[in-house]
Design a protein around this ligand. Structure first.
Ligand SMILES: C[S@@+](CC[C@H](N)C(=O)[O-])C[C@H]1O[C@@H](n2cnc3c(N)ncnc32)[C@H](O)[C@@H]1O
Length: 478
């Protein structure tokens, strides 16, 4: 569904600061996007935008974080006020470094981002979820720039300890140098596959994963102290949720969840999703949730064909609520897969539009029944340039220009009308149940083979190699 992965991007949703993610879309360039949607590539930022020095820029960023409406702890805010982010992203000027945006620091051979300095707002939300205290020992999987490790080091103080691991040797060397330059020289950084945690340093009070996880590696659960907490961006049916988990009996239960969008984890616990690229006329890079099979020709033909709109039977209060409905539909729509757009070269998608960038796909392997449906603000993008572009522009324009709250399911392909009708019915139920969103979502996790009883009716249950995950809303299970 189209309304963002409210945070798989550093595009944050101005309507709902508590529900956002890291940039997922790459800015389009002549050779196609080089960054993940919403994720501005380092070097593209305009250093003229803020004429002040690093201290003033940092103070401004902290003020922005304070105004997000999310209750950030004074310790986390103080750490953001202290740690010099510009030292961790030396490619851009200090002014640009303090924008509340994710900054891509490395792309893979395919031009898609493999590492970034996360959006500060998203970092703050995750650190809040983590509940870091002075004296805590914390393990981070995904060092990236090293900035998050430095902020955490500031929060845990001299009595605590931060260990951070990255799978990429080049990034480890870079982070070491930056941490040293920033004065965060007590942070331990090393290269390893973080899926195995840090057996030598365990147990930890807290573990935070900052790469998109598909499985929950056993080491992360094993290497926590009793009462410890794990925070990770967990992919469930293609939607990333930053989930805080604590052990309860034989399972692990979420204490909070928030949509987000991180570059995917590599290594032994990587997910099966592959990047698929379509040729013109609907040139784009995407992945299907859980690596589900899809008939590429049928999908391309549906995307290039005519699109129709079905009205969403509820007026929405904000783009954030659109994102909540998008999450609800993704979790509740039964036999569907989610298509996540990673990059859309040219002007087909507006790179400035906030996430989520996705669609639900039904009967993806059946050329005669395949349906695609995107949720978007109604009436936008009717300029004849295609459904995808309309969807992107729709969200951006809606966010910017006082949107009326009317939304539509834009559907394509032979199965599009039936899928849109099904989603419309589900939307009515969502409205009747009080419009539950990511804040009300509950996630339960059990080690593979240790699932007690049956999860509540209507919850989505997914099996991963190491764990079984159930996600849903208590209100929907009644
Ligand atoms: C979004 S970046 C992390 C941002 C970082 N915390 C910061 O403050 O800049 C994700 C990082 O995870 C790393 N990564 C991916 N798979 C990994 C794995 N299996 N083990 C350790 N690091 C991994 C990537 O190399 C990348 O640097």
């Amino acid at each position: 569904m189209q309304p963002r992965e409210p945070a798989r991007s550093s595009h944050r949703d101005p309507a709902d600061p508590a529900d956002r993610a890291e940039p997922a879309r790459a800015p389009a360039g002549p050779a196609g996007p080089a960054a993940r949607p919403g994720e501005p590539a380092v070097g593209l930022a305009d250093p003229d935008a803020a004429p002040t020095g690093p201290d003033a820029a940092r103070a401004r960023m902290v003020n922005e974080l304070r105004q997000l409406g999310h209750l950030l702890s004074p310790a986390v805010l103080a750490a953001f006020a202290t740690v010099p982010r510009h030292v961790f992203v030396p490619e851009i000027g200090p002014a640009a470094a303090y924008r509340d945006e994710a900054l891509v620091i490395k792309c893979g051979p395919d031009g898609l981002p493999v590492s970034s300095s996360s959006q500060p707002a998203m970092m703050a939300i995750m650190l809040d979820q983590l509940g870091l205290q002075p004296g805590h020992r914390v393990l981070e999987i995904g060092t990236g720039s090293g900035y998050n490790a430095a902020v955490m080091s500031e929060v845990v103080g001299p009595a605590g300890e931060v260990v951070t691991i990255d799978i990429d040797a080049q990034l480890v060397a870079r982070a070491r140098a930056s941490l040293l330059a920033a004065g965060a020289d007590t942070v331990t950084v090393y290269r390893a596959d973080g899926g195995y945690g840090d057996p030598g340093g365990a147990p930890f009070d807290r573990i935070i994963v900052t790469a998109g996880a598909w499985d929950i590696a056993p080491a992360w659960l094993d290497q926590l102290v009793p009462g410890g907490r794990l925070v990770l961006p967990l992919s469930i049916r293609g939607v990333q949720l930053s989930v805080a988990l604590e052990q309860l009996g034989r399972g692990w239960l979420s204490t909070s969840a928030c949509r987000c969008g991180f570059v995917r984890m590599l290594g032994a616990f990587a997910g099966p999703e592959e990047v698929v690229r379509l040729d013109e006329p609907r040139s784009l890079a995407f992945q299907m949730s859980d690596g589900s099979p899809v008939d590429i020709d049928a999908l391309a033909s549906a995307l290039a064909g005519p699109a129709s709109d079905e009205a969403v039977p509820a007026v929405l209060a904000s783009i954030a609520e659109l994102a909540d409905l998008d999450l609800w539909l993704t979790m509740m729509a039964g036999r569907v897969n989610r298509l996540t757009v990673l990059a859309a070269p040219g002007d087909w998608l507006d790179p400035a539009a906030p996430p989520p960038f996705g669609a639900l796909v039904s009967d993806g392997t059946d050329a005669y029944r395949l349906g695609i449906c995107m949720l978007m603000p109604a009436g936008f993008g009717d300029d004849g340039r295609g459904a995808g572009r309309a969807a992107g522009n729709g969200r951006g324009a809606a966010a910017a220009a006082g949107w009326s709250g009317a939304a539509a399911f834009r559907h394509l392909g032979p199965g599009g009308p039936a899928l849109a009708a099904r989603l419309a019915t589900l939307s009515e139920r969502w409205a009747q149940l009080g419009r539950p969103g990511s804040r009300e979502l509950e996630v339960a996790v059990w080690r593979a083979g240790a699932v007690p009883g049956r999860p509540p009716a209507d919850w989505l249950v997914v099996k991963r190699p190491s764990v079984t995950i159930a996600a849903g809303w208590p209100v929907a299970a009644r």
